[in-house]
Design a protein around this ligand. Structure first.
Ligand SMILES: Cc1ncc(COP(=O)(O)O)c(C=O)c1O
Length: 345
């Protein structure tokens, strides 16, 4: 290993830290541009159509972030005062700054989901009766893969059951598919099959796929038209955003299949761990590894120790440290990270 490689910081805090590759920059540079608020940016139009087609939905909407995409899905499919159900560890509930309450006026109820997925009987039991005393239950939110649970894949047969039963009960289903690409690569199921049980799906290009900015919300035309109005209202209309959409189109074509490499790196991290007070207690289905750290304050000590060895992880709740290998992570980086983890005292 050259001393440059040994000195290089290994940033595993998230798969969002990637920089565009030279070929991605080139795709951005050569993207045809218009004014997307005036509706004529050809690259944004192409991205929206392509993603909608790949996910088997009528229409798509390009937005700046996964948070905006999720919240637009909630806003477009509910009214203030409605009731929505989701897993306790859902990104939408935990990490979107209270937006379901603040932006959408929703009453949320969380369901127990140690592995990140919920089942139809839990949803049915939590639905409100239809009477004047109760907020109408309108929406169920799912997440695939599940970030907080450690990149776990939502079992497809359970999602199909939820989709079918929700329809019978007049509920809408939104999927936070920030990392749906990872499920697609790990299971071999098509993106359209994975999206089929849900009315709306949000996918991100800045997580794992290496694009600098952007998510797309897909669904039926009426819902996406409603989301489009709220995107403008929330200040998410962008002008020459084809520049960014060009990176997303490039990522769609070139950076999906390679996710298998990130999954292999994540498994290497879990399997190579050899330490009395560190453990990984979730299936490593995809690219996320959550380490449980024994002992009060030892999670902070671990992060400091790793940083001193040129490796960055991120605190993920008390006693938990998360690492996500990504496009800019090499197998050599994984070996160095394991050496740092295993030398923690
Ligand atoms: C599962 C999941 N959903 C949504 C988001 C939000 O994406 P953004 O940071 O682009 O708002 C994230 C971000 O990491 C995420 O992990």
């Amino acid at each position: 290993m050259s001393s440059d490689a040994a000195d290089r910081q290994i940033d595993l805090r998230s798969d969002t830290v990637t920089r565009p590759t030279p070929a991605m920059w080139e795709a951005m540079h050569s993207a045809a541009l218009g004014d997307d608020v005036l509706g004529d940016d050809p690259t944004v139009i192409l991205l929206q159509q392509t993603v909608a087609e790949r996910l088997g939905k009528e229409a798509g909407l390009y937005v700046p972030s996964g948070t905006m995409s999720n919240q637009l899905a909630l806003k477009a499919q509910t009214e203030a005062g409605d009731h929505a159900l989701l897993a306790g560890g859902a990104h939408i509930f935990l990490y979107e700054a209270g937006a379901p309450a603040f932006l959408c006026g929703l009453l949320t109820r969380t369901l127990e989901a140690p592995r990140g997925w919920i089942e139809w009987p839990q949803i049915e039991a939590a639905m409100h009766p239809q009477n004047v005393h109760c907020a109408p239950t309108r929406l169920v939110c799912l997440e695939n893969t599940h970030n907080q649970a450690g990149g776990i894949i939502f079992p497809q047969e359970k999602m199909i059951e939820i989709g079918a039963r929700a329809r019978e009960h007049g509920l809408r289903v939104h999927l936070d598919g920030a990392r749906l690409w990872h499920t697609h690569v790990a299971t071999g199921l098509s993106l359209a099959d994975l999206a089929a049980p849900c009315d709306t799906v949000s996918v991100c290009f800045s997580k794992g796929l290496g694009a600098p900015v952007g998510s797309v919300l897909v669904g039926d035309r009426q819902t996406i038209d409603r989301a489009y109005r709220f995107r403008k209202m929330w200040g998410g209309g962008m002008r020459q955003s084809g520049l960014l959409a060009g990176a997303c189109l490039y990522a769609l074509e070139h950076h999906i299949d390679r996710l298998a490499e990130d999954h292999a790196h994540a498994r290497m991290l879990a399997e190579g761990l050899d330490h009395p007070s560190l453990s990984v207690n979730h299936p490593v289905d995809t690219n996320i590894v959550v380490f449980d750290v024994e002992g009060p304050g030892r999670d902070e000590a671990l992060l400091d120790h790793l940083a001193a060895h040129g490796v960055l992880g991120i605190g993920f709740g008390p006693g938990r440290v998360r690492m996500i290998p990504h496009l800019d992570t090499s197998t050599e980086d994984i070996h160095r990270t394991l050496a740092a983890l295993n030398s923690f005292r």
